[in-house]
Design a protein around this ligand. Sequence first.
Ligand code: NDP
Length: 673
Amino acid sequence: MKTVQLLNYARDAWIPGHGVLAELTSAIDGSLVATIGSGGLDFGDMLRHAREVGGPALRAMTFHDRARMIKGLGLAIMSRKEELYELNYLTGATRKDGWIDIEGGAGTLFSFSSKARRELPDAHVLLDGAVEPLSKSGSFIGQHIYTSMQGAAVHINAFNFPVWGMLEKLAPTLLAGMPAIVKPASSTAYLCEAAVRVMIDTGLLPPGAVQLIVGGVGDLFDHLTGQDVVSFTGSASTALKLRSHPVVQRESVKFVAEQDSLNASLLGPDAAPGTPEFDLFVKEVVNEMTVKAGQKCTAIRRAMAPAEHLDAVEAAIRERLSATRVGDPREKESRMGALVSTDQRDDVRGQIAKLTAAGARIVAGNPDASPGIAGGAFMEPILLRTDDPWGTAAVHDVEAFGPVSTVMPYRNIADAISLANRGMGSLALSLFTLSPDVAREFVQGAAAYHGRMLVIDRTNAAESTGHGSPLPVLVHGGPGRAGGSEEMGGVRGVKHYMQRTAIQSSPTMIAAISEQYIPGGPKHEVKLHPFRCRMSELKIGDTLKTKSRAVTIEDIEHFAEFTGDKFYAHMDEEAAKASPIFEGRVAHGYLILSFAAGLFVDPDPGPVLANTGLENLRFLTPLYPGDSMRVELTVRAKSLKSEDTGVVRWAVEIFNQKDELVATYDLLTENVP
Ligand code: NDP
């Protein structure tokens, strides 16, 4: 392959760095792949461009516009994935490893896109929680909202997943309406640069939305402000250096960190040799040691088993490891490729030396062996063992970021919890047990120290997504040593790039600000029944006011007979009177809901396709025989579920003849967009 100089993408142009260029080599044979450098870039100007050009363009789009944009980026990655797979091999990764990085990265964009279209409004502002009543008459209320931060998100990524690592940060950032400046780890920057090129080529990104720095970040941090966010993945030492930067401190720059993590996996006390859980545990430990040559932030570094089963665990892992073929990642037979570089391999060997110096023994693999191709960064998977996990502190503190794991015993669940938590904060932990009691005791004792926990047994293993796979819909991050942050987690991850503000005003003002109907806010009574309108024709605040109908004792008795719900409050006048809540027999809540539907539903086929649910239902005032009821049905919010289905959220308010609110809820319908 021809050596190329990777380009920076600054101010919407591809720009070569000047001055000294760093050389990037292939993990397979050490040959030169590319050169990089960011000399000559004006980092302050890049930040300004993001804030002044990218930010406003993204903020002009709604959540749904941005969701469609990131889906388009994912489709482009998929359509050009083979270009990326070719570069993936040079990082030492097999095709299977590359699938996690490349297709996993595109999948993350798809997942965020569809979650955003389902869970975020087609608007610019996100509400946080319900209205807080602050006054007697309701003229003054509080509402928390999220709006896009107005700076730039600086993404500093690790070497191990050059595509996924970038996209898992870009998806929530762009959805939030914030531009990003991406700085990949140097050693695999050629793969990240290629993926950025694919996205820029789509033309979907507005100017200034994404910029790329290949090489050092120069004085970028000197120009940060409190509207910027730094999102970092890498070592704890670099994280500490960057989060201690005086400008980060002075400006209270939001700092999201994913760093070192000594993740654990635990064989439950019930999972003796011969049980499916034992076999699943062994398989998962070996898988996590060898996928991506163990260079995964979530890989299992500490494998814990009941003391009486430790010999069996060690033997089973050794046997499986012996079948792991290490070699050229381009060859199908290779189960494990190379580490990213010979420097990284030296680093891993150094960490193994620290573990053995502390008392752990190597029970499988030779760290000094160099299998595979000459000049490449290959190594054998290394299994260590300690029989004294409390006396060997290093096994909980030293992360060998390669195909390395340590098996260790525990005495009982309390001991296992303490050992798991001794990692001082991790990204992922798995427990293999069939016992709900073990699961409850362990998870309640250890969850505070771990960002994600899997409890695996014979019933869910086949469909499990695995110990080491962060998922876009679940949080990725962990306390303490793991960095103390959370990424992804669906809409939670989007909020990292938005500011929460408490707004206090009238319902009218808050409805205008949030682009949603708020109870007490303005309504526009419509003549044409809203069920006759496509979603795009409905406006927020459009309201159907129904006629009113009486509710009689015969209605209540008929409903009770028909449904079988003969609860005393509906059927027994004396008992109802004696209750502290009612003055006599009352209409069933379900009867009120049914009558409400009878009042507001327009029966003919049309753009409303289905009722998909009710939310936030509250019965506020009892309805007595002889009372009457009417409904106000208001368009609260609209969102797109797919290209051809929309979801309308209707505020349903049911009033009695005195205009007291009897019941209120949100009705969700699927509509033709
Ligand atoms: P580093 O912390 O050295 O690098 C991480 C990122 O930070 C890279 O993009 C790197 O760029 C950048 N960086 C380094 N120094 C600076 C600086 N002064 N200013 C701005 N950016 C900087 O980690 P490595 O990638 O070398 O990995 C080392 C260790 O990190 C691993 O052994 C592992 O323990 C841990 N790690 C943890 C991960 C996790 O998700 N928890 C993932 C990957 C690694 P450059 O490459 O150009 O130096």
